[in-house]
Design a protein around this ligand. Structure first.
Ligand code: ADP
Ligand code: MG
Length: 455
């Protein structure tokens, strides 16, 4: 088996879809995609009516020789190009071999390492996410790593942004764009027992549901997180059938009968693969799994197959056991980032591409108050942790226990002001999405915090 790195590029059509199809074709051709970089978007500078490029790199494992690999890549290019473009010049997909083990290969059709790779920001940037500390083959006395080569290049203007696709009707999230706006995710719990809005929203009263969703959108929500089972500390599981019965009709109703929601993303808050699949078939765009694929071994393969973006939250144990699992001897930031790195690796092993991953540190889940506060204070350290760079982050501090204990407010619904401070801190720390109950108030907070911090 050989390890190779392949550059992925597209600037025509649905560029992410092209790249995802190419990765699937690689897998089918026994060129197993082991890991992927983020995808980066570069705004064209000179020819302004040219589409922006999307570039990434994947690591593959293959038994093919270099020339056999090139043949296969070229046949995939033709196959995808012919399907998408009838007689147009520009190709919708470009697949180049960057590296093949540590071999140097020279042939009229093929040069490995790729001739121009060390000069190209759009190659080195994603490659450095995968093998930052490695060196080109035959480096001899030259000790430069790929990261050194990337740092030596003149910084492109504007800086390429990492891009996380959500749906064709929703703007991709650019987690490394310092001017991005924060998404407000409205919580819609169709449960009788959630800790703060249990029993508020009915899964059968569609008139009320329409009104709730319309007001969420009017108040500034861009994502609606639909949940059918409470996961508050000590909650009782309800089972997949009941969960599906609560969420699927509601999602279908939103998709079919609320036109204002057509540009709103729906996420499904579940740790069960069958629920996630039913919800996505009904119109959900994002899977929001508090267990990051731990509680249901089918979750990660299912998310990969559905090709949906997935939120991986940090937790330990289950909602029944998590309150005891709060030991972080080397610090909550280090341990949460290490444990999330393992979940990212598990997701990639299951076939989820890196650009489909969103992270959540899991405020209040297997954490006590100092941990929650440290995460809010040190979110930039999590965002920049090695192996987690360029990923979007969701923060879910809304009405949580630590807010209540600091303010002395016992009733979760009344923790709005305390929540506001946590949302402002989240934006300041670089959150891409905040998950909240008080949509109107927190939309005001994110707007002002964005105006302060996102410049
Ligand atoms: P580009 O990738 O430069 O935009 P093409 O994909 O059309 O353009 O590649 C042009 C030629 O480059 C191909 O026909 C291929 O034989 C050759 N080539 C040389 N080295 C490589 C490599 N490492 N990976 C892919 N193609 C290569
Ligand atoms: Mg090429």
């Amino acid at each position: 088996m050989h390890r190779a790195f392949i550059a992925l590029g597209s600037n025509v059509g649905d560029r992410v879809e092209m790249i995802e199809k190419a990765c699937l074709e690689l897998d089918h051709a026994n060129i197993k995609v082991k890991r992927t970089s983020s995808l980066f978007e570069t705004t064209p500078m000179y020819v302004l009516d040219q589409d922006t490029f999307i570039n990434g790199v994947c690591e593959v494992e293959t038994s093919l020789s270099p020339i056999e690999l090139l043949d296969k890549l070229q046949s995939i290019e033709i196959e995808l190009g012919r399907k998408k473009l009838i007689d147009k010049g520009p190709r919708s997909i470009d697949l180049d071999i960057l590296l093949y083990d540590q071999e140097v290969f020279s042939h009229e059709r093929l040069n490995i390492p790729h001739n121009l790779m060390l000069e190209r920001d759009f190659v080195l940037r994603p490659l450095c996410q995968l093998i930052p500390h490695e060196q080109p083959p035959k480096a001899g006395k030259n000790t430069n790593t790929y990261t050194d080569y990337l740092r030596a290049l003149p910084p492109p203007e504007p800086t390429p942004y990492s891009t996380t696709p959500i749906s064709p009707h929703f703007p991709s999230i650019h987690a490394t764009d310092p001017k991005r706006t924060t998404h407000v995710m409205a919580i819609l719990n169709l449960t009788p027992d959630s800790f703060s809005d249990g029993g508020t929203h009915s899964s059968t009263d569609f008139t009320q549901l329409t009104e709730t969703v319309r007001s969420f959108i009017a108040q500034g929500a861009t994502i609606i997180d639909v949940g059918g089972e409470s996961t508050r500390p000590g909650s009782t599981p309800v089972g997949a059938d009941e969960e599906i019965a609560r969420v699927v009709p509601a999602i279908e109703h939103i998709r079919q009968n609320i036109p204002e929601a057509s540009n709103i993303a729906i996420s499904i808050d579940t740790y069960r693969a069958v629920v996630a699949e039913a919800a996505c078939n009904a119109g959900a765009d994002i899977i929001n799994d508090i267990s990051a694929g731990v509680m249901d071994p089918e979750m990660l393969p299912t998310a990969a197959r559905l090709e949906k973006s997935i939120i991986l939250m940090h937790m330990r144990g289950t909602p029944q056991t998590m309150t005891e699992l709060t030991d972080y001897p080397t610090g909550v930031i280090l341990e949460v980032s290490a444990e999330l790195r393992q979940r990212v690796a598990a997701a990639e092993n299951a076939g989820i591409r890196r650009w489909r991953i969103i992270l959540d540190p899991g405020l209040g889940f297997a954490k006590n108050q100092p941990h929650d506060l440290e995460i809010l204070r040190d979110l930039p350290a999590l965002r920049n942790a090695e192996g987690l760079e360029c990923l979007p982050w969701l923060m879910g501090p809304s009405r949580k226990r630590f807010v209540g204990s600091i303010t002395g407010v016992k009733t979760p619904k009344e923790r709005v002001w305390g929540t506001a401070a946590t949302v402002s801190a989240s934006v300041s720390g670089g959150a891409d999405i905040v998950r909240v109950h008080d949509v109107k108030e927190m939309s005001h907070v994110t707007k002002v915090a964005d105006a302060i911090y996102r410049v």
